[in-house]
Design a protein around this ligand. Structure first.
Ligand SMILES: *Cc1c(COP(=O)(O)O)cnc(C)c1O
Length: 391
């Protein structure tokens, strides 16, 4: 099917709730996507930090094909082998003693589960979240999202009364809000949708202490930063802090829809049988993907590659001398280049030149590629940026 046909069919039958770029893909291989004409695109977006193994990784494809032919869904009425095996794999990468996992189906759902767990465990009402944060689009996760542009027209659905918003990176502002009525504080290690915003690592240490002192649970939203994205398995590990709950999703299944929260035994026990659940959550297909993804990432040292290639990319972009670049931020293969006014023009320029990059927060070029990215791919996008900026 040619592009124009895809587009008009979608316009006729799909909700028009996305602002889509004028391109559709037919298949992918490694770092590359291909359209119906066979035109190649080097992909530095990875389906929004999801396809960390690149496309059609042979070992992953094998694992999935095998699982599809055996069993894809049975529900949580029964024990599920693939789910238990995947949870063991997740425990092998989570920091501290966060070795109990609950599988759900998306990032928003993972945050919902984390918030529900915190309220049930503490019996408290208040939740602290950062301004400019993003935690998802379901009612609870949307209330946690500290950006009114996502919330405005959905107000009655959310219990905003439970939420208080602190300034990201400002421990003093957390101190003013946190108290013995606070169930939890939720925070992203790097604000992804908020523009790849990073803050002083000391902030996370201060937040950890404030949560501990007040008996509030620290929830780290690793939906975007998790599973190797930042050069560590989890973004918070860059700052030497262990939270009480980690939420994850995007890259966890390398492309299949899955989310999860991990916590320690005593906290996991709070969710007794019947207290929370999902029909699809952790079915054999998606959890077989989690196991295959983590195994492949370990074998191919993709977390180390994220760290090293990411550092190279960031340094190469930083070496570009242009007034248009305001700041280059990030850890590992999560690199944001804040531009004065031309971020969207640069995205278009890249698209015309067969390279996909993303823009977040209006002005920041976000590079969140498959974690198999090499220096040659970095060099290509950096030379595009130089050409675009005449620098
Ligand atoms: C993408 C994202 C979410 C929402 O995940 P969905 O799977 O789209 O529901 C939540 N938190 C962060 C930090 C994200 O980047």
């Amino acid at each position: 099917m040619q592009f124009e046909e895809v587009k008009s069919l979608g316009e006729k039958y799909l909700f028009q709730n996305y602002g889509r770029l004028d391109v559709a893909f037919e298949y992918g291989k490694g770092m590359y996507l291909y359209d119906a004409q066979g035109k190649e695109y080097m992909d530095l977006v990875a389906g929004i930090a999801v396809c960390s193994l690149g496309y059609s990784h042979p070992k992953w494809v094998n694992a999935m094909q095998e699982q599809v032919g055996k069993l894809i869904h049975v529900s949580n009425l029964y024990h599920v082998k693939e789910q238990a095996v995947a949870a063991e794999a997740v425990a092998s990468i989570t920091p501290g003693n966060l070795n109990k996992t609950l599988f759900v189906n998306s990032g928003a759902e993972a945050n919902e589960a984390a918030l529900k767990l915190a309220v049930r465990a503490t019996g408290r009402k208040k939740i602290l979240s950062a301004l400019n944060s993003f935690h998802g689009r379901t009612a609870g996760s949307l209330a946690a999202t500290g950006q009114t542009k996502y919330q405005d027209t959905f107000q009655p659905l959310m219990n905003l009364d439970s939420f208080r918003y602190y300034d990201y990176g400002d421990a003093e502002s957390v101190k003013k809000l946190i108290d013995k009525d606070t169930a939890a504080l939720i925070v992203e290690p790097i604000q992804g949708e908020g523009g790849v915003r990073t803050v002083d690592p000391e902030f996370f240490k201060a937040v950890r202490d404030l949560c501990t002192d007040n008996g509030a649970l620290m929830i780290v939203d690793e939906v975007q930063t998790g599973i190797g994205r930042t050069g560590k398995w989890f973004g918070i590990e860059n700052f030497g802090v262990v939270p009480d709950i980690i939420s994850m999703a995007k890259a966890l299944g390398a492309g299949v829809p899955i989310g999860a929260i991990s916590t320690y035994d005593d906290l996991a026990k709070v969710m007794t049988p019947g207290s929370h659940g999902t029909t699809f959550g952790g079915n054999p297909l998606v959890t077989a993907s989690v196991k295959a993804t983590i195994d492949i990432m370990k074998e191919e040292k993709l977390v180390e590659n994220s760290r090293d290639t990411g550092a190279y990319l960031k340094q190469q972009i930083q070496s570009i001398d242009s007034d248009e670049i305001v700041e280059v931020r990030g850890y590992g293969l999560m690199v944001g280049t804040e531009m004065k006014t031309k971020a969207n023009d640069f995205r278009k320029y890249c698209l015309d030149n067969g390279v996909l990059v993303n823009v977040c927060h209006g002005n920041t070029v976000r590079i969140i590629p498959p974690l198999i990215m090499g220096k040659e791919h970095c060099d290509r996008v950096v030379s595009l940026m130089r050409a675009f900026l005449n620098a």
